[in-house]
Design a protein around this ligand. Structure first.
Ligand code: PTJ
Length: 244
């Protein structure tokens, strides 16, 4: 479809076109478009900008990633389609391992998402062989890589479903989520929930990683002081203010 650059929602329309094309290629799940629409609606309520509240969560997430011994970034179809390059760049900056972990899992789709990320320059992406299991979630969705998520201490989960986020918490991982829905179980159960749009959040976290790399005391302070419940309360408040 031809989209005019003058259209006030040009960027949103371009992203929607790309996501539908990635559904055709099998990278994004068909229901990924529904999740994307929900994200757009929440972002609209935030004013489609990074709030001060989100920026604080992004700095805290960066601090946790730098302090981690075995950090892992998980990528699903939506995250790959929206921000694959950004997530790979963040993983290199930390450095963190990358694992493809899908909600609608099939070996063919895992292969497609990994191949898509490799096409963007990704290397050593985990996910083909998932030999370990997270307790407390049903079927395939429990599977993860032994040398990736299973042995991670800190896991960054962009756009994750609530069950898996809770299972990661129960497994003793520090969970950092990126989720525009400040009411989601994922956001509520995480140590840090970044309520910001993925393509804004990821470069912001990477910038904070670079700033905090040589500032250990500042990282410790950010980690100690970050209160997820309070940060989420402020995100909800900002949405209410925008609606009023
Ligand atoms: O590729 P798969 O098979 O792993 O499937 C991926 C989806 C996203 C379909 C799957 O994980 C899913 O169903 O997720 P949920 O439970 O719908 O949750 C997605 C969350 O991400 C929702 O709370 C949305 O508000 C939020 N979200 C959607 N788009 C964005 C977003 N958050 C940040 N940035 C976005 N662009």
């Amino acid at each position: 479809m031809e989209i005019s650059r003058d259209h006030p929602r040009y960027r949103s329309l371009i992203v929607r076109e790309r996501m539908s094309e990635l559904v055709r290629q099998g990278v994004v799940a068909p229901t990924g478009l529904i999740a994307h629409g929900r994200g757009e609606a929440f972002d609209y309520m935030l004013g489609e900008r990074t709030t001060e509240t989100a920026a604080e969560a992004e700095r805290a997430a960066a601090a946790f990633l730098l302090e981690a011994k075995r950090p892992v970034i998980t990528i699903n179809g939506n995250a790959a389609g929206l921000c694959g390059e950004g997530l790979l760049s963040l993983a290199r900056a930390v450095p963190a391992k990358v694992e493809v972990n899908l909600f609608h899992r099939s070996p063919e789709r895992v292969e497609k998402v990994i191949a898509y990320l490799e096409g963007l320059g990704g290397k050593d992406i985990l996910g083909r062989e998932q030999g370990s299991k997270l307790e407390g979630i049903a079927s395939d969705r429990a599977m993860c890589c032994t040398e990736g998520i299973y042995s991670a201490d800190v896991v960054l989960i962009p756009l994750e479903d609530g069950d898996r986020a809770a299972a990661l918490e129960r497994a003793g991982k520090t969970v950092l989520a990126i989720d525009l829905n400040p009411l989601s179980r994922t956001a509520a159960g995480s140590r840090v929930a970044v309520v910001d749009e993925l393509t804004r959040a990821v470069p912001n976290i990477e910038r904070a990683v670079r700033e905090l790399r040589d500032r250990r005391d500042e990282r410790k302070r950010l980690i100690m002081e970050f209160d997820n419940a309070e940060n989420l309360r402020r995100s909800r408040e900002e949405m209410c203010r925008a609606l009023r």
